[in-house]
Write a protein that binds this ligand. Structure first.
Ligand SMILES: [Zn+2]
Ligand SMILES: [Zn+2]
Length: 270
């Protein structure tokens, strides 16, 4: 199991951080967690093919988490896709997502199935199991847990204020990918808008007893001083890393999991 971060910023893109998307590479397919604008473009720089995406989980319908869906689906069609695609969305959001899928006189020669899912539900496709919990974000929003075979599991919080339900979903997981919009200085405001500070994400990781915490959905306001976000989290939960676009994490059956830095940033910036 390998995690490839395609977008790790909050709300709007910056040159270094695109809006939310994470690819989880399983044995034979990819689960895409959210699909912010220009996700298909980030794939071009990533060690992962969008043609392998068989499942797209949309945590909630804020634009920074799903506006990359219509163009990605259209490109997959142009690339000759035939295999079916499943899109998992929070209960009540099927109609909105269906409208997005069909934007722009689209016609698809591959089957697209949209499934509404709810907190507490469990779905299994082959040896991949999905579980869901409610996130605290002011609009219908879900966190997801993905397990493949035995021993490896990834939990993605989506956007959320600190939540015991997300902690419960993450219990004993290999990796928790959690909203960390800000450091403690902006924590109250973040919670008001359904987001977490990094130390709150770390407290959730500690409560859940995960092996590795990865902070994402980082506010552009911290560009250049993101070490504050990481440092505050590590005081609570030492085994924490801060996601960057194109960073990869190899999830092993037993820790340590292997974190590979962002080639994009090494190549691109001064
Ligand atoms: Zn967001
Ligand atoms: Zn949101």
């Amino acid at each position: 199991m390998r995690i490839v971060f395609l977008g790790t910023g909050a709300s709007r893109p910056s040159p270094r951080r695109n809006v939310s998307s994470v690819a989880v590479q399983l044995d034979s397919s990819i689960v895409l967690l959210d699909v912010g604008e220009a996700t298909q473009h980030r794939f071009m720089f990533a060690n992962a093919s969008p043609m392998k995406v068989d499942y797209i989980f949309i945590s909630h319908l804020h634009g920074d988490h799903f506006l990359g869906l219509p163009p990605l689906l259209q490109s997959l069609g142009f690339m000759g896709r035939r295999r079916p695609l499943r899109i998992l969305v929070p209960e009540g959001e099927l109609h909105e997502v269906w409208k997005a899928v069909n934007l722009g006189y689209s016609s698809f020669r591959y089957p697209i199935e949209i499934l509404e899912v709810s907190p507490g539900e469990e779905l299994q496709f082959g040896d991949v199991v999905f579980r869901f919990a409610r996130a605290l974000h002011g609009v219908p929003a879900l966190a997801v847990r993905i397990e493949e075979g035995r021993g490896r599991s990834v939990v993605y919080s989506g956007d959320t204020a600190p939540s015991p339900e997300v902690a419960e979903l993450a219990r004993g997981a290999s990796v928790l990918i959690h909203d960390a919009l800000c450091a403690s200085d902006r924590e109250r405001r973040a919670n008001l808008y359904g987001h977490s500070s990094s130390r709150q994400a770390a407290a959730v990781a500690r409560a859940a007893g995960v092996q590795l915490l990865i902070l994402t959905h980082v506010s552009q306001a911290y560009e250049g001083r993101e070490d504050v976000i990481l440092g505050e989290a590590r005081e609570v939960f030492p085994n924490t890393v801060l996601a960057e676009d194109l960073m990869e994490v190899v999830v092993r059956v037993r820790p340590p999991h292997r974190v590979l830095g962002s080639r994009f940033i090494e190549k691109g910036s001064s």
